[in-house]
Design a protein around this ligand. Structure first.
Ligand code: ZN
Length: 461
């Protein structure tokens, strides 16, 4: 995709100023390297012959999926600016607007994934954050008024850089925490936020946060307070909602039992294979009306797994790269016969949650990898019957502490990854959507707007 550059003609542009108290709704604008360059209110160019209000409504629908009410006449700004060495010249009509989707007013900040896979970061920016600061030569004239754009961080010179073109493949890290891991100390700018999904309720609100200025989204798999059993977790809602907020890379942290003597309690195993023995769960986003078959030959993303392995090594943890995770239905643990059977299959660890989670992440084109944290030996081990509950709890707590250390190293390691996954996780649906376009169920396609939005849009071209 071509990077955005200013038009070499004078453009007429509309933007919408949506306010909440003293805050202004803005989208982040990144430069070619993905660094934050500034912010801009939603809006865009007016097509030839198009009414300004219609153009504004169209842009808000495209960028924020909401209708708007225009609440007054515009202020007009002539805007000369430079972007990546190119000069732009715009006449900007800035309208006060009200958002007709009230939920946006209650969300501190959020991300939107467009059909083409681009992620837009949206926030409510404090409009009185400091003195006006204009980029050099950016604004030649502005009309004073109630909607004066005087935030220190708001730079109208950048305002028309279309974020969806300037940041074509922005990546966002997600972390799912399992038993014993319901929060991650050390995160900043934290806020819990409800995210809805057409597939139902996720396990809990999402924790939106930053780690070293990198955005991270955290979800406790069982919910805070451990409300959901492995069987009742809504895996589809979890993965769909993570996709919906823009997560592209997902690290799953999970407590497991061990099938190998050498994988003693406290060992972290960056697994690379699964055997799915779960039987009571919704395992696919697809089905009647839109069938898809994705490959699970290599069920985890090696890039995410490599970073997790490296992060564990940096922390000096006992970590093993590679292993097979057997997912059982539970909630009861295995019988001795089952435990021996799984060992004879060559499995390394056993848990109850990573399937269908890994399958669904693959269907959602999210890069996914698991760190399986050994809590105890499964029942095959002679020590098993002698282990006290207190030992297991101690191992869980210690693993949770080590997992938090791992995440703190993992996040910066993922910072400069290339825009697309070298293993193709982010493009699996290109060859997986089977149902002929005419036979597809529109209601189902609507539910798949996040999971398969990129692939469906690509097919429509
Ligand atoms: Zn990947």
């Amino acid at each position: 995709m071509a990077l955005w550059r200013p038009s070499q003609r004078v453009r007429v542009v509309v933007i919408g100023l949506a306010r909440r108290d003293d805050r202004l709704l803005v989208l982040r604008v990144l430069d070619d390297s993905g660094a934050l360059k500034g912010v801009r209110p939603p809006g865009g160019g007016v097509e030839f012959g198009e009414r300004a209000a219609d153009a504004l409504a169209r842009e808000f629908r495209e960028e924020l999926e909401t209708d708007i009410a225009v609440e007054g006449s515009p202020i007009v700004v002539e805007n000369l600016f430079d972007h990546e060495g190119a000069r732009g010249h715009e006449i900007v009509f800035a309208f006060p607007v009200r958002l007709l989707d009230p939920t946006i007013y209650t969300r501190p900040a959020f991300t939107i994934r467009e059909d083409n896979g681009t992620v837009l970061e949206v926030e409510w920016l404090a409009a009185n954050g400091g003195p006006a600061q204009r980029p050099r030569g950016a604004v030649s004239r502005r009309t004073p008024g109630r909607h004066r754009l005087n935030s220190r961080r708001f730079r109208i010179g950048d305002s028309m850089a279309s974020a969806r073109q300037a940041q074509p493949h922005k990546r966002l890290l997600g972390v799912i925490g399992g038993s014993g891991l319901y929060e991650i100390p050390g995160l900043t700018n934290t806020r819990w936020e409800k995210v809805s999904s057409p597939f139902g309720d996720p396990s809990d609100d999402f924790l939106f946060a930053e780690l070293g200025r990198q955005p991270v989204v955290f979800l406790p798999r069982h919910g805070r307070g451990h409300k959901h059993s492995p069987t009742t977790i809504n895996y589809r809602a979890n993965i769909d909602a993570l996709k919906r907020v823009g997560v592209t890379d997902l690290l799953s942290l999970s407590a497991v039992g061990s099938f190998r003597e050498e994988l003693s309690p406290g060992t972290f195993v960056v697994v690379d294979q699964f055997i799915d023995r779960t039987i009571q769960r919704q395992k696919s986003f697809f089905g009647e009306g839109m069938v898809a078959h994705v490959s699970m030959a290599h069920p985890v993303c090696a890039r995410v797994g490599d970073a997790a392995y490296q992060a564990a090594q940096i922390n000096g943890l006992k970590v093993v790269r590679g292993g097979t995770y057997l997912a059982m239905e539970g909630p009861q643990f295995s019988s001795l016969a089952e435990s021996e059977l799984y060992r004879s299959w060559g499995c390394h660890v056993i848990g109850m949650t990573n399937m269908p989670e890994a399958k669904l992440a693959r269907e959602a084109e999210i890069c996914y990898a698991t760190v399986a944290m050994v809590t105890d030996y499964d029942c095959w081990h002679p020590d098993h019957d002698h282990v006290q509950v207190a030992d297991i709890v101690r191992a869980l707590l210690e693993n949770a502490r080590n997992a938090c250390d791992l995440v703190r190293e993992f996040v910066p390691l993922m910072k400069n990854r290339p825009a697309t996954c070298p293993h193709g996780c982010d493009r699996v649906l290109d060859t997986a959507l089977i149902t002929a376009p005419a036979a597809r169920d529109p209601a189902m396609l609507k539910m798949l707007d996040a999971v398969a939005g990129r692939a469906l849009a690509a097919q429509a071209k």
